[in-house]
Design a protein around this ligand. Structure first.
Ligand code: ATP
Ligand code: MG
Length: 721
């Protein structure tokens, strides 16, 4: 068996050794000629602390179509922006049941490794995919799913589950993705998908969690961007009968919610075909005809609502286009007169004093847009819940630990103008970085300490201080924002900013305009604050923070929808929400709660990391922009990751597990080690009998630490023979 030696060497190694080893490999390996561009594992880089060398290696490999490179067990993936023939059934077979380092780096190797830990050692897994928009996260998550589907069980029941898991993607993408200026198929929501397996490794169910859909896109888009795909798919792909039923016309420019940004089709997308796929996927996932009718009814009603305009009569808004309200009302299954009134009035119930007053023109437009956004947002969450019902495992006995999660979530965002959305997304990335530190950096060092292994601490930046700045109770930015939102009187974005500055001006990671150093002051406006994130500094404009956090939908509209004849709408706006005396939670509080829940889920799993990088801003296969890549390498923390990796031990096993597996390799441990000192002594005896050099390993309190994977593989090969 040929082993890809080049990647086997991890852990402490002098640069000279690396050089010798690398050249030795080059001489030895005709087989991996094609992989000679650069090193397959950054651990092998001679100058591993130089970011220029790091970029050079990525670039060389990118130019050879070698898009995957390891940092130890972490996979770095560069978006090739072209189809590569590396995901075939043969590739699945080649990577199945192989040692991690036996084959060239690949997303299948990472998936196979996680899958085997799951099945053989019963440890819950999660694959964490991160990177900026367009870096290839969603494509990566599909490859993980593809590999799992291709190499796990094939009984009919399992096939059904796999089909539904795979088909959930086109549905989620139709409703949750859109063309942006960065990515023609950009996910505008975060996704965490759990796949459950039975003890034989066959998938038996799944569950999806969704995070923060960018619902503002429903009513407005930036130049060059589109609304969510489903609107265009419906108009291009629906047959005449459906269009007629929904009172729609094919022409996009008829709909004001579609005409803001890029008014039209995108060459990389075939909306009509996609619509057929969505319909087919919905059927596979057991959505009834009635449900499908209701779903498209809601999508159409939003288009009609967007066209509803108002006129002002004596200062009060009046609907100008009653027929549109009638059509929207019919599709939602609500009373048209009631909807019309709800769009132009607001009822306030102040402790039993119910007062209804007409809205001014501007507020009526606000109410209409809030309605469209809320309906779409809740439809999306409903779809996820509905998918989950279809994906629910019928039989969950014994499957508790056998879960593999895949997280595909927005990466760090630093734009020209950053607002509430970027604040949420970057907060999410701070939390994920915390998790990364907890799970890898810190736990790695803690373990050496606990096990009494000599270890030179590696310095790293712990971003807990930034997480606290954002989320600490009573003191953090979130608390201050919520307090301001709930405060009686006239809170505004400006008063929010004043409070922030009042309370946080001394914090090292908070920069306000007044106290900013001169060169920053020059580029900051008075309505902005700046946070020093682990990944870089970001300036946020407070405009819209309060409004977006309050996420207000007038009571009249909620009440109208709670009685809807369209069953989906009715369940999205339950009556009990109206009866509740509690104020609805603010957007950021809900988001924080869902993030903390996600952290709890991930914390008890074994992580695999896929770090995605986008080579250029042009969505093309031919350009590798060094500067852009360096920026991403920095904020993904890859250099830090490499530094820690170079200083460590590649493998560790508890004495019990190690002895159980390899006891047959020595007479003194076969069939059982009977000497004093238990498994630890047994393992020490065993490695002595195997003639291991002292440099190859360390003996910890409960585990054996192996410096290079090669040592373990040689042992494994001896075991297999
Ligand atoms: P966003 O955060 O905007 O959702 P993303 O990181 O999920 O972005 P993807 O949608 O996965 O990015 O990738 C963007 C595009 O890049 C894909 O539509 C596809 O054209 C191309 N791409 C990504 N990964 C690959 C790959 N492994 N092979 C071929 N093309 C790819
Ligand atoms: Mg995506």
């Amino acid at each position: 068996m040929y082993i890809e030696i080049q990647s086997l060497i991890c852990g402490l190694m002098e640069d000279k050794d690396v050089q010798d080893y690398t050249s030795q490999i080059k001489m030895e390996t005709g087989l991996h000629e094609r992989d000679r561009a650069g090193v397959q594992d950054f651990v092998l880089l001679e100058n591993y602390q130089d970011d220029g060398a790091f970029i050079e290696n990525l670039k060389k490999r990118f130019q050879e179509n070698l898009i995957y490179t390891y940092i130890g067990q972490v996979l770095v993936s560069v978006n090739p922006y072209k189809q590569l023939p590396i995901y075939t059934a043969d590739h699945v077979k080649a990577y199945r049941n192989k040692h991690f380092y036996e084959m060239p780096p690949h997303i299948f190797a990472v998936t196979d490794n996680a899958f085997r830990s799951l099945i053989e050692e019963n440890r819950g897994q999660c694959v964490l995919i991160s990177g900026e928009s367009g870096s290839g996260k969603t494509e990566a998550s599909k490859k993980v799913l593809q590999f799992i589907a291709a190499c796990s069980g094939n009984q009919t029941t399992v096939e059904g589950v796999k089909d539904r898991l795979l088909k959930s993607n086109p549905v989620l993408e139709a409703f949750g993705n859109a063309k942006t200026n960065r990515n023609d198929n950009s996910s505008r929501f975060g996704k965490y998908m759990d796949i459950q397996f039975d003890f034989k490794g066959a998938p038996i169910g799944g569950n999806i969690l969704n995070y923060l859909l960018e619902k503002s896109r429903v009513v407005a888009q930036m130049g060059g961007e589109r609304n969510f795909h489903i609107f265009y798919q419906l108009l291009a792909g629906a047959d005449e009968a459906l269009l007629q039923e929904l009172r729609l016309e094919r022409a996009l420019d008829r709909y004001s919610y579609l005409t803001d940004g890029l008014n039209g089709s995108v060459t990389s997308i075939n909306d009509a075909d996609s619509f057929k796929q969505v319909q087919q996927a919905l059927s596979v996932i057991d959505f009834s005809q009635e449900e499908q009718r209701e779903i498209f009814g809601i999508v159409a009603s939003i288009l009609h609502l967007g066209n509803v305009s108002f006129i002002e009569v004596e200062g009060n808004a009046k609907v100008n286009s009653r027929d549109l309200v009638v059509t929207a009302a019919r599709l939602l299954g609500v009373n048209a007169t009631e909807l019309e009134a709800a769009l132009t009035h607001r009822t306030i119930d102040a402790r039993g004093d119910v007062v209804t007053s007409p809205l001014i023109h501007e507020l009526a437009i606000y109410a209409r847009d809030a309605l469209a956004k809320a309906v779409y947002d809740r439809l999306f969450s409903w779809l996820v819940q509905r998918l989950n019902i279809s994906l629910q495992a019928k039989e969950t006995r014994g499957a508790r630990n056998n879960v593999m999660g895949i997280l595909d979530i927005y990466g760090f965002e630093i734009f020209q103008k950053n607002s509430f959305e970027q604040f949420c997304i970057n907060f999410c990335n701070e939390k994920l970085q915390q998790l990364f530190i907890e799970l890898t950096l810190k736990s790695e060092q803690d373990e050496y300490r606990r096990e009494g292994i000599e270890w030179i601490p590696v310095e790293y930046f712990d971003n807990k201080v930034i997480c606290n700045l954002i989320e600490e109770k009573h003191k953090g930015i979130i608390s201050i924002l919520d307090e301001e939102c709930l405060r009686p009187g006239e809170p505004t974005d400006k008063t929010f900013l004043e409070k922030l500055t009042q309370k946080l001006a001394q914090h090292h990671h908070y920069v306000c305009h007044e106290k900013a150093p001169a060169h920053i002051k020059k580029i900051m406006l008075r309505d902005e604050f700046r946070l020093v994130h682990y990944a870089g500094e970001v300036t946020y404009s407070v405009n819209g923070f309060l409004d977006k956090n309050n996420d207000l939908l007038f009571r009249d509209l909620k009440e109208t929808l709670s009685k809807a004849g369209n069953g989906i709408v009715r369940s999205c706006f339950p009556e009990k929400e109206l009866r509740s005396l509690k104020r609805p939670e603010t957007a950021i509080t809900q988001f924080r709660a869902s993030l903390n829940n996600l952290m709890d889920i991930l914390m008890c799993k074994e992580p695999s990391y896929i770090r995605c990088i986008k080579p250029n801003d042009l969505q093309t296969a031919t350009v590798f922009n060094d500067e852009l890549v360096l920026h991403q390498v920095k904020y993904l923390g890859l250099m830090e990751n490499l530094r820690v990796r170079r200083a460590g031990f590649a493998y560790r096993r508890t004495y019990e597990l190690f002895l159980e597996r390899y006891k047959s390799l020595s007479k003194s441990t076969w069939p059982n080690y009977k000497g004093p000192g238990g498994p630890k002594a047994g393992v020490q005896q065993l490695v002595k009998d195997l003639g291991w050099d002292e440099e190859k390993y360390r003996v910890g309190e409960t585990k054996l630490f192996i410096r290079w994977p090669r040592t373990l593989f040689d042992t494994e090969d001896a075991y297999q023979e």
